[in-house]
Design a protein around this ligand. Structure first.
Ligand code: SF4
Length: 375
């Protein structure tokens, strides 16, 4: 058993507690409910038969020849051209590969999460906090085999707890091929699929049996909000369908006794300024349609980024109050002014209260009684 301390987010093995003195002494051990405690864990890709692995390889190549793999449904042959994600077939573009300590304590653990940040994205969130990575195609091109070699390096040299594929929705075929190649090279740690939830059922089926932990972000509830802020008009319906399928595949989040997550869904929701009513709807929907035992991280760290708060070009027509061609706000001086501020405490509490009222109870937050993180 291990303890997550409140301030450092470091994990202290409980066997060390008897030698700790002073304010770090934690009087109570954190408890993992038995239903979510695993004796041991073998990654799902390891259990896949060689026949099923071959089928997945063939399907991955077929999708690349006519890509409808995400809700953009471009239908292009990615060996010849690119679709909206701007990424071809032979390689995936990667911005950063490194052990990462910015994730939830149960994901980053002692040594970090082996994160692979893919460049490009199939959404166009105007507030994107990874704007330089997601929208600017910066990075280096890696084949599935080269990606697999990096997973092995992260496992061996980084000693990380998992391989965390960040923003992979548009490179699912390459990811599938890389996981299968890494399995043959000796990968033994769980795979995390860290997604905006703008996935298709076809791509999730391709991933079934290869992913251990799904980390979906459920961003907004209203279609008008997803159109304006994510530049996608079918986001919410797609996210609902995707999250249900992810949960069907791997269930609720479970841990080994060291407090490290090994399998299941960890749902994230970033509370947005002035959009707390949407957060409340999302919490209600999750409790009623996915699981009341869903592990949820209600995130507080929104800050204006990307296009938000940038000065807009005011045309003569707009100056004269004659309409504002794309955004419908004639005299707004900065772009997306309604979300150009930090989120308030009362907005966060209102989403949290709605989640509790709906019956959710497993939150990624500090336990007030013993300063450890809830598991
Ligand atoms: S993954 Fe890329 S090419 Fe394929 S449908 Fe989505 S945006 Fe289009």
């Amino acid at each position: 058993m291990h303890i997550f301390t409140r301030h450092s987010h470091h994990i202290i093995p409980s066997s060390y507690l008897h030698i700790l003195r002073g304010p770090l002494i934690l009087k109570r051990f954190i408890g993992i409910p038995p239903a979510f405690l695993l004796d041991d864990y073998t990654p799902r890709y390891y259990l896949l038969s060689s026949v099923d692995a071959s089928k997945k390889r063939s399907l991955a190549y077929a999708h690349l020849h006519e890509c409808n793999l995400c809700p953009r449904k471009c239908g292009v042959n990615r060996y010849e051209t690119t679709g909206m994600c701007l990424i071809g077939a032979e390689t995936a573009k990667v911005n950063v590969i490194a052990p990462h300590r910015g994730e939830e304590p149960c994901i980053q653990g002692f040594h970090g999460s082996g994160s692979v940040f893919f460049s490009g994205c199939n959404l166009r969130c105007v507030f994107c906090q990874n704007h330089d990575i997601a929208h600017q195609r910066k990075g280096f091109d890696l084949t599935p085999e080269e990606l697999a070699e990096w997973y092995i390096k992260l496992q061996k040299a980084g000693n990380v707890h998992n391989i965390n594929l960040v923003t992979p929705e548009h490179v699912v075929p390459q990811v599938v091929l890389s996981i299968l190649a890494a399995r043959d090279m000796g990968l033994r740690i769980p795979i995390i699929y860290n997604t905006s939830s703008f996935d298709s059922l076809d791509s999730l089926k391709l991933l079934d049996g290869l992913v251990d932990i799904y980390l979906p972000d459920f961003k907004v509830w209203r279609t008008e909000t997803s159109k304006r802020l994510l530049k996608a008009d079918n986001y919410t319906a797609t996210a609902m369908e995707s999250i249900k399928e992810m949960h069907r595949q791997v269930g609720d989040l479970s841990f080994t006794s060291d407090g490290i997550a090994k399998k299941g869904v960890l749902l994230r929701h970033l509370v947005m300024p002035g959009k707390e009513d949407e957060g409340r709807e999302i919490m209600r929907w999750l409790a009623e349609n996915v699981s009341r035992d869903l592990y949820v991280h209600i995130m507080e760290q929104y800050h204006p980024d990307a296009h938000v708060g940038k000065k807009r070009r005011v045309t003569r027509r707009a100056r004269m109050g004659d309409g504002d061609a794309g955004e419908g706000v004639a005299k707004e001086q900065v772009r997306y002014a309604e979300i150009n501020r930090a989120v308030r405490d009362d907005e966060i509490s209102s989403v949290r209260d709605a989640a509790v009222k709906a019956g959710l109870w497993r939150f990624c937050e500090v336990n007030e009684q013993n300063s450890a993180f809830h598991l």
